[in-house]
Design a binder for this molecule. Structure first.
Ligand SMILES: [Zn+2]
Length: 122
């Protein structure tokens, strides 16, 4: 098994990535738009143009939101008497808001993981 790079510890990069900051230094924003990373860190000059997160953040968010929401929906239906109309508004809205809230941090984590493992030219 190949050894992992010790100079880019993922556990140190994760808090920065979750906050939308540069995983390498945490000194500048990682994103210039909602899901568009900067080409280069303004603080440490790390080149982020190599990132290839592609669809992985969306797949992870769908997986996590589904596993969070479905048990909650089942529990709510067992405990409460929610009308069908209320559920048709409540659950899709909750899923949408959770997904939008989680997408940027998840993309940050995927980019940090790629950087930490020196994938895609990092
Ligand atoms: Zn940086």
């Amino acid at each position: 098994m190949a050894s992992l790079p010790e100079d880019r510890p993922i556990m140190a990069a994760l808090p920065h990535a979750l906050a939308g900051r540069c995983p390498a230094c945490g000194g500048a924003p990682l994103f210039r738009k909602y899901l568009k990373p900067v080409d280069r860190c303004a603080a440490c000059a790390q080149d982020w143009s190599h990132q290839q997160a592609d669809d992985l953040p969306a797949y992870l968010v769908i997986f996590i939101v589904g596993h969070l929401l479905v048990p909650f929906i089942i529990s709510a239906n067992a405990a409460l008497d929610l009308s069908l109309v209320a559920q048709m508004i409540l659950w899709p809205t909750t899923a949408l808001l959770l997904s939008l809230a989680m997408l940027q941090p998840t993309k940050g984590v995927v980019i940090a993981w790629q950087w930490s493992r020196r994938m895609h030219g990092f």
